[in-house]
Design a protein around this ligand. Sequence first.
Ligand SMILES: [Zn+2]
Length: 319
Amino acid sequence: MIVDAHLDIGWNAIADGRGFPGEPAKGYVVSHSSLQRAGVGLIFATLYAAPGRARRSMRTRFVYETAHEANLMATAELNYYQTCGLKLIRSRSELDAYVRGWRRGQVAAVLLMEGADPIETPAQLGGWADRGLRIVGPAWGRTRYSGGTHAPGGLTVLGVQLLKAMHRQKLILDISHMADQAVADAFELWRGPIMSSHSNARELVPGDRQITNATAAEIANRRGILGISFYQHHLRAKGKATTDDVVRHALHLAKAAGGPEHVGIGTDLDGGFDSMYAAMRDTRDFATLQRKLRKHFSATQVEGIMGTNWIEFLRRSLP
Ligand SMILES: [Zn+2]
């Protein structure tokens, strides 16, 4: 089973009119059918809302100015997932039952919030957890909780409260998009399950959106997983990215983390960029990626990177 730890399906549908059922919209890669065909069985489906200042970069008018607006937008995405009939995995026992009975063609999801502004106050987190939220990434750009991409800074006072609330709710922390200081703060405060859903190696492609070798090593130390993004600008400094670049980042992150059992994929496909900027044009290319990985890793290790590493992580991290 392939597991993809980062897909902005709700945002694609609601902000951009690219529905999940059926075939992918023209020029895009992901839809229910394309995931089914590729053998993707589990996705981390995001609740993502763009702040007003990202109107231009995200080419959207679907933006929030206040936390309440962010809440309404994330709620719309959650409702969308329910409308699509996407099965949400909320516990270890649900995961085990799903994996045991999985057949090609089935796709289930774990809910991941990317940028925590939709959580209006940390006290509201319990309500989100009740509705199935299991993973929280406090940052995207800067949020009320954390410094983020192109927005240096640590966890805010509210961010520290959020981590405490996450601990009480037994949620998982996603450090993707967190600024370096915020990651350092989280390493100091957080003792629960930790991961990066879609962050590549900074040593290969510079920039604060990427993770350092030290961060990769620390996440691995805590038995977390590092998901590789398939976005061209995360994969290489210039030129067209291919699955060869995904392999390059897998090798690098595996080395930094002390082994490929800490590496997975979190493609981010179609999350604000079309297939022109993706490392693959069709989900069938997952098979190509697997073949290329096999030149460097054992069959079991490749299976791990393509999915079972995330499943094992969820098995020890979900309530
Ligand atoms: Zn992202």
